[in-house]
Write a protein that binds this ligand. Structure first.
Ligand code: ATP
Length: 247
């Protein structure tokens, strides 16, 4: 059966430096994939190609038509109300009630007519999430969507994204620097390094995932080590779900 996202041999260079080097990636419908990698490893470049904001130099890319992206910043139009921002580019979204449903989904109905500049950081990101959801994406691309939020708001947003994913069941590709975020949310975690996927981990842990679960904590430590972050209390547990991908 064909996957929702099927990428084969995708390469992208800027000038003479290759950023993505013959990458293969399949994502099934409804799958939640997290993408980790050091700064500059090409995560956003990959997401931009998948969003159609950038083109690959080489490779075959099969993508669903309905895709949405949420960035680190909300990128709302300041001269339009929250509801009008969410309706942008989606014909009849207000009349059909789709905007109201999306606002309800992100618990922002009471701010429907507000101006974006009057929203808190968390509210603005929830509006950006509603704008993505109103398109009923089969593939939801999230480029560090919680990175600029405070820790408490970030936790709430992670819970909200998981709830919305269960409700709407899009495939999700989440770029994050936060290893624990990847461990708590994803079915599968990929680590990008030097333009290739160096590691693929299938996360078969029950939800909610907690750091008190030794398997979850060991996986986090292992991924942190992979990214070059050593923890003081780092225990080396072998994770049977994790495979190293040699170039
Ligand atoms: N439009 C561009 N022109 C030139 N170089 C670019 C362009 N976009 C990205 N790059 C370069 O490609 C490399 C990968 O960038 P990218 O933003 O994809 O990394 P990233 O993994 O998302 O990093 P971060 O985690 O810091 O956001 C970087 O070296 C960056 O400077």
């Amino acid at each position: 059966m064909s996957a929702l996202v099927d990428i084969q041999g995708l390469s992208r260079s800027f000038g003479r430096s290759p950023v993505l080097d013959r990458i293969d990636l399949r994502i099934e419908a409804g799958e939640f994939v997290a993408l980790l990698g050091r700064s500059g490893s090409g995560k956003s470049t990959l997401l931009r190609v998948l969003a159609g904001l950038d083109e690959a130099d080489a490779g075959r890319v099969t993508l669903p038509k309905r895709r949405s992206i949420v960035f680190q910043e909300p990128r709302l139009m300041p001269w339009k109300s929250v509801a009008a921002n969410i309706a942008l580019g989606v014909p009849n979204a207000r009349a059909s009630g789709a905007v109201a449903l999306a606002l309800d989904d992100v618990e922002l109905s009471h701010r429907s007519e507000a101006w974006p500049l009057t929203l808190s950081g968390g509210e603005a990101q929830r509006a950006a999430l509603a704008r993505a959801l109103v398109r009923e994406p089969e593939l939801l691309l999230l480029d560090e969507p919680f990175a600029s939020l405070d820790a408490l708001t970030r936790l709430r947003m992670q819970g909200l994204v998981r709830e919305l994913w269960r409700k709407h069941q899009p495939a999700v590709l989440l770029v994050t620097h936060d290893v624990w975020e990847a461990v708590t949310l994803a079915d599968r975690i990929l680590v990008l390094e030097d333009g290739r996927f160096r590691r693929e981990v299938h996360v078969a842990l029950n939800h909610p995932r907690r750091r008190t679960d030794p398997h979850a904590a060991a996986l986090e430590a292992e991924l942190l080590a992979e990214l070059g972050v050593e923890q003081a209390d780092h225990h080396q547990h072998h994770n049977p779900h994790s495979e190293r991908i040699e170039p």
